[in-house]
Design a protein around this ligand. Structure first.
Ligand code: AHM
Ligand code: MG
Length: 328
């Protein structure tokens, strides 16, 4: 489709390719896009709100000054619960799931999200993002167990990156597409159709401050990259979604491995690793714990963590070849 095509038109065209489609998913996605636009506006105003926010609790309009990650969380829940397309939601910011049945019409999808990934970067004006994953609800009652599905069952995954522009990148299992928000018309416009991640990159992203805790596999792999002829560069924003996005477009590898301090790594399987793994695979890349495909992990808990090695296929495969040295 032509560059500049509005997301709404793109979604409708996609829907028409599947005659059995009820339009429910398109409508669910439109609600999500609305939430993304509102969060984008709040992220862009964040610095200003701080200035105007006097001593902390109220801004000059007398409104509560709320932490942006909490605000993004609430915004997503409020925007999504009315639509009638969801049976439940789970968020990195909340201990328990949110059921929508009872208060609003119950739909057939589950929405999982990290409302504002990289939130430690908000105060310093560095890119943050919202990551989401959509599953079908397998039961008539929404329970936590319904959310514990392997990533291979995702029907859609994506992220919104609040960077120098706001971008939405998503997949429904038919390639990965990127849209850039044009603030003058308030629409996401197609800017990156059918994104393919380069098979090999020259960038690695890892928190080297953790190197004293690393297992030998991680140390050996990173040393190998530093010594390589091709000349690798380190790039680590500290917002997964921003590091991932750069590597998706330019090629490269992101690692948040297990180490002696964090036996399961840091990142969350359901809100971060699964959605980005679905995207990377759809773009021709790869994602792994070091010895297993992320998307095949059967989750045991809602907030389960996982080691994550994700990016260009050849780079992830090279990293995996070092993981056979991993200590138990
Ligand atoms: P968050 O979801 O609470 O923001 O935490 C996840 C973030 C990722 O965006 C980022 O890659 C990682 O944590 C950075 O962690 P560290 O500071 O340990 O390197
Ligand atoms: Mg996060």
């Amino acid at each position: 489709m032509a560059i500049g095509t509005p997301l709404t038109k793109f979604l409708l065209e996609e829907q028409r390719r599947y005659p059995e489609s009820t339009g429910n998913f398109t409508s669910l996605f439109s609600d999500l896009v609305l939430a993304a636009k509102i969060i984008s506006r709040e992220v862009n105003r964040a610095g200003l709100i701080d200035i105007l926010g006097s001593t902390g609790s109220q801004n000059v309009q007398g409104e509560e000054v709320q932490k942006l990650d909490e605000l993004a969380n609430e915004m997503l829940i409020k925007t999504m619960e009315h639509g009638g397309h969801l049976s439940g939601m789970a968020s990195e910011e909340m201990e328990e799931i949110v059921k929508v049945d009872g208060r609003f019409p119950r739909g057939s999808y589950l929405l999982l999200f990290d409302p504002l990934d990289g939130s430690s970067n908000i105060d310093v004006n560095i890119s943050v993002g919202t990551i989401f994953s959509i599953l079908k609800c397998p039961s008539a009652e929404t329970t936590t167990k319904d959310f514990l599905q392997p990533g291979t069952r995702q029907v859609c995954a994506g992220y919104i990156l609040y960077g120098s522009s706001t971008m939405l990148v998503y997949t429904t299992g038919h390639g990965v597409h990127g849209f850039t928000l044009d603030p003058s018309v308030g629409e996401f416009l197609l800017s990156h159709e059918d994104i393919r991640i380069p098979d090999k990159g020259k960038t690695y992203s890892i928190n080297e401050g953790n190197s004293k805790h690393w297992f030998p596999a991680t140390s050996m792999y990173i040393e190998k990259l530093k010594a390589s002829e091709k000349g690798c560069s380190a790039r680590y924003v500290g917002s997964l979604v921003a590091d991932f996005h750069r590597n998706l477009l330019k090629g490269g590898i992101f690692l948040y491995p297990a180490d002696k301090k964090s036996k399961n790594g840091k990142l969350r399987l359901l809100y971060e690793a699964n959605p980005l793994s679905f995207i990377v695979e759809q773009a021709g890349g790869k994602s792994s714990t070091g010895d297993k495909r992320i998307l095949e992990i059967v989750p045991e808990e809602l907030h389960q963590r996982t080691p994550l090695i994700i990016g260009s296929k050849a780079d992830v495969e090279e990293a995996e070849s070092f993981w056979k040295y991993q200590e138990a």
